[in-house]
Unconditional design. Structure first.
Length: 250
């Protein structure tokens, strides 16, 4: 089966492409570096020729609210129009757990706009909503520094390893379209500050971590369950301790 992975050279995309190829599929890593640009439409029709499935794991280069909204709306419209013209049978998109629960988070609002375009496209689809990736724990700590400490919202956190995300996305791409969204998360759920403190300790980082109810996440207000699945979810196989052990500095 020919499967085109938009954002195929990124963190999740490169892993997804590798898994699909290992399973015997013709997986195409599509990105601006390979001549496929979803913002301009360049290369889409050529990439989609003969394909059955499109997987969209691309991300916006900017997290500024208006820029990220423009990215996902423009990219989504161009992608879906090209897919309809090519007769694509399954569109798989990677989104975020809690996207519809944080109305003051500009990034989450942009992902909701992307989801609405998919839902109204007429193309059979599956939307995989993931919790935050373990690979971004360090960046979250760095971006949450204030008054000499890492200040984090008081809600729960349940990060998932990129390898688990890619495995679930690849499996979804080769399955039957779900016609809706489903949640995926890592095995470990704990208060946000506790997860980040475990990461910092494991990496030898002495910064203190503070739980701050006023702290925001990508500009959004966080309550206890904003960032974790509320009901059933597919749980990844890689625990936080296992991931930390594999990524601990030498």
């Amino acid at each position: 089966m020919k499967i085109v992975v938009i954002g195929g050279s990124g963190l999740i995309g490169s892993r997804t492409v590798a898994l699909l190829r290992e399973a015997g599929h013709e997986a195409i890593a599509a990105s601006p570096s390979t001549g496929v640009n979803t913002l301009t439409g360049e290369g889409l029709s050529e990439a989609f020729a003969g394909a059955e499935v499109v997987v969209d794991v691309a991300n916006s280069p900017s997290f500024e609210p208006q820029a990220v909204l423009a990215f996902f709306e423009t990219s989504g419209r161009n992608l879906l129009a090209a897919e309809r013209a090519a007769g694509i049978r399954h569109h798989v998109a990677l989104s975020i757990v809690g996207t519809d629960r944080m109305p003051d988070n500009g990034y989450f609002l942009a992902k909701m706009a992307q989801e609405r375009l998919i839902e109204g496209s007429g193309i059979p689809y599956s939307i995989v909503r993931a919790t935050q990736f373990m690979e971004f724990l360090g960046a979250i700590a760095d971006g949450s520094m204030a008054d000499g400490s890492v200040r984090l919202p008081a809600g729960l956190f349940q990060p998932i390893a990129a390898d688990d995300v890619a495995a679930i996305v690849a499996e979804t791409a080769t399955g039957t379209p779900r016609g809706g969204h489903f949640d995926i998360a890592g095995p470990d759920r704990a208060p946000f500050d506790r997860i980040i403190a475990r990461y910092l300790e494991a990496t030898g980082d002495s910064r203190s971590v503070v739980s701050d109810p006023q702290a925001r996440y990508f500009g959004g207000t966080v309550v206890e369950t904003s960032l974790v699945p509320l009901g059933e979810a597919i749980i990844g196989r890689i625990s936080l301790d296992s991931w930390l052990g594999a990524h601990r500095p030498a």
